[in-house]
Design a protein around this ligand. Structure first.
Ligand SMILES: [Zn+2]
Length: 120
């Protein structure tokens, strides 16, 4: 399986588990209908209807494409990291029990880890 080539900024976030600055990501305000996919391997990760405005400055989703997003304990010992199940690329973190949406789950994702396929 071949992966998309990453630029330096993408590699910093996706491979080295960095975080993009809040309110800078290209998908923060995206309200189009479609599928958010992994920037590195194109696996479908988050449907657009799961996206909501959390006010945090990062794209937020309360649901995933089942099986395609994996949760692992973050190195900081507090948070739960989320990665692409297929390629292991870093996506962001998941927070539960905040009650912002009905599902009470917030997948806080770096725009740079994603690509978007608009529904036609
Ligand atoms: Zn991937």
């Amino acid at each position: 399986m071949s992966y998309n080539t990453l630029n330096e900024e993408e590699e910093y976030v996706i491979v080295k588990k960095g975080t993009e600055r809040p309110f800078t990501g290209r998908f923060l305000e995206n309200k189009a209908e479609g599928m958010y996919v992994c920037r590195r391997c194109n696996a479908p990760l988050f449907p657009s209807d799961a996206k909501f405005d959390s006010g945090t400055g990062w794209p937020s989703f309360d649901d995933i494409v089942e099986g395609n997003v994996s949760e692992i304990p973050d190195e900081d010992g507090r948070r739960v990291e989320i990665v692409c199940t297929n390629c292991g690329g870093h996506l962001g973190h998941v927070f539960k029990g905040e009650r912002i949406t009905e599902k009470s789950t917030r997948h806080c994702v770096n725009s740079i880890s994603l690509d978007f396929v608009e529904k036609k």
